[in-house]
Design a protein around this ligand. Sequence first.
Ligand SMILES: [Zn+2]
Length: 279
Amino acid sequence: MINKVQIFYAGYCIHPECMVIKHGQFRKAKFPALFALLEHDKYGSILFDTGYTKRFFSETERFPFNIYSKLTPVVLEDGISAKEILESEGIHASSINYVIISHFHADHIGGLKDFKSAQFVFNSDSYDAVKDKRGISALRSGFLRGLLPENFEERAMPLTDTMKMDISEAAAPFETGYDLFGDKSIILVKLPGHAIGQIGALVTDRDHHEYFFVADAAWRSDAYRQFRPPNPIAYMIIDQRKEYIETLGKLNKLYLRRPELQIIPSHCMEAFGEKIWIT
Ligand SMILES: [Zn+2]
């Protein structure tokens, strides 16, 4: 059972709004790099993604990866990596037992090296799509190898068919989920498109509050509420355009069918109640 769900962000990047929402404004907006802490009574502390760390800057110093930090200008103030935020909440990094990796973009895996006792839960399609990439091809996939711990593969816990379950009641039009611990507290759902093999997490806490962390399947809440696909220019960094639109359409249908379910995109400020505009 999940006793507690907390949502934070570690760093943010700055883009004109119109980059991520069709017909958005030219004004510059903040896009936080979300991570969530899920506290399970039996399996302990679990993270969904990790946000940025300072390692993003060291990994993008040199060509071709310096293009990454130019395309997505990142702001990360001192003391706000996931590890530091958790410590300020009284949670030591070594007590994180699992990190769910939605996909392997740098703003989701930035903090993996800080959680030395954690096992890594992911869809093997997403790792297979990037693991052999180097140089420009890694850059095109938004993948910075140096962000992965050396022993990443030893600690890997990819989704398996034995975890499969029908989720149509809770999440139709999504039909299949992966029940991480066999108690339906965290069900992982494939959300392909933005990145090959991306997953989200459907989380139910002890008070029956339901959250659906959808990573980058939608960049903002208005995108799934109003079914607003991104600006065509954003498809440059989207792996599979057709699947992206399909997944966003399903999120829109799910929202209309079950508005009480909290659908949380990773880069939406709404969950934090902060202003998005850079003045
Ligand atoms: Zn991404």
